[in-house]
Ligand binder design. Structure first.
Ligand SMILES: Cc1cc2nc3c(=O)[nH]c(=O)nc-3n(C[C@H](O)[C@H](O)[C@H](O)COP(=O)(O)OP(=O)(O)OC[C@H]3O[C@@H](n4cnc5c(N)ncnc54)[C@H](O)[C@@H]3O)c2cc1C
Length: 326
């Protein structure tokens, strides 16, 4: 097996938690296979991010900065990642299977004539071969996959591992990438950004999430959830049913086809607990369910359940917490 290249996404030089997780995953794989981990960082302040990637085990960090990358562009990232993958002579490209990863994984595999395996949560070595492990059937089972091609693009499911600790003593080489990009390579262009999250905290980073489902009966009740989330310093999430009904933006959707979250506290209000929703909260520490049906599947996952009409709980809870938390 050749070396491993990790797409280490960052914001202004700060690695994303998903990138740290991917670097740690790559490190474990490298240990089992005796190869090295490299990182690729794209966009403004990539060099700052590269220093951090080295503390998480990257032996080489390829950096690419260019004014055209002020905003994320799937087309340009695709170009650069393919170029760096070829330059690095790695044969495994790992990236977090988050919003960017979902756009990039299939495209990268096609361009690189590589196998693609998504939502990977673990790996094992069997007869000298890597078996990639990912949940299947809405997380009811795990499948083991092998890559048919020598080159493979692997999307890691976010929040499937604990956050690693950096090691400031690590050393590595930072390599500026020599590659030319142009506006003509962009097949789509961002023309406007519209703020649409209810609370200011990103779902993926929130320690507390108050999430609503179809049981809320309409968009108005999300105002009550927002009040509760504000008191707790948390974010508001939703089930796909609530998003599909247009009650809240789809960016709030938690689950298999939405955000994968790992908060300390997840309060599910009027959410039945379909397997596709539960896949998004596998690593939530404490789940509190509020539902008027005592047979709702969410109660099997919940650490604490309240069988009640949400309207008899949420405003009272918010009022009490306001008194206690100030
Ligand atoms: C391929 C695929 C991907 C999917 N991806 C996702 C995903 O990412 N995320 C996701 O969420 N879903 C996803 N789904 C949809 C999923 O299967 C469910 O349909 C959805 O999660 C149901 O949303 P819900 O729990 O809000 O609604 P429902 O299942 O209708 O549940 C509503 C709940 O509210 C309770 N309730 C009703 N009134 C009240 C009240 N007054 N007070 C308290 N409780 C009340 C009910 O008892 C019920 O349990 C996916 C489905 C497919 C096929």
């Amino acid at each position: 097996m050749g070396n491993i290249l990790i797409f280490a996404d960052h914001q202004g030089g700060d690695l994303s938690s998903n990138a740290r997780e991917a670097l740690a995953f790559g490190g474990q794989l490298a240990k089992s296979t005796g190869v090295e981990v490299y990182a690729v960082l794209v966009g403004p302040k990539a060099k700052t991010g590269a220093k951090e990637a080295i503390t998480y085990g990257a032996r080489k960090a390829y950096i690419f900065e260019n004014p055209l990358l002020a905003n994320y562009s799937t087309d340009l990232y695709l170009e650069i990642l393919c170029a760096v993958f070829q330059q690095s002579e790695a044969d495994t490209l790992i990236l977090p299977f988050d919003r960017k990863g979902k756009e990039l994984t299939g495209r990268l595999a096609t361009r690189l004539a590589a196998s693609a395996i998504t939502e990977v949560v673990n790996f094992k070595m069997e007869d000298g071969q890597i078996k990639w492990i990912r949940p299947i059937y809405g997380d009811k089972a795990y499948g083991e996959y092998k890559a048919i091609k020598r080159k493979v693009v692997v999307g890691i499911r976010p929040k499937s591992h604990n956050q690693p600790e950096p090691n400031e003593k690590n050393t590595g080489e930072i390599i500026p990438v020599d590659y030319v990009i142009s506006k003509e390579m962009m097949l789509t262009e961002l023309v406007k950004t519209i703020e649409n999250s209810i609370s200011g905290i990103r779902l993926e980073d929130a320690k507390i999430i108050v999430s609503g489902g179809r049981g809320l009966g309409g968009p108005e009740a999300f105002k009550e959830l927002t009040d509760l989330a504000d008191v707790l310093g948390g974010a508001v999430g939703a089930s796909r049913a609530a998003c599909d009904a247009g009650w809240v933006p789809s960016s709030l959707q938690v689950g298999q086809t939405g955000a994968i979250v790992a908060p300390d506290l997840y309060i599910a209000v009027g959410i039945s607990g379909a397997s596709q929703h539960l896949s998004g909260i596998t690593n939530a520490k404490t789940v509190v369910a509020i539902n008027n049906d005592d047979e709702a599947p969410i109660f099997k996952r919940a650490n604490l359940g309240i069988i009640a009409e949400y309207s008899s709980v949420i405003p009272a809870l918010t009022k009490e917490l306001k008194k206690k938390l100030g």
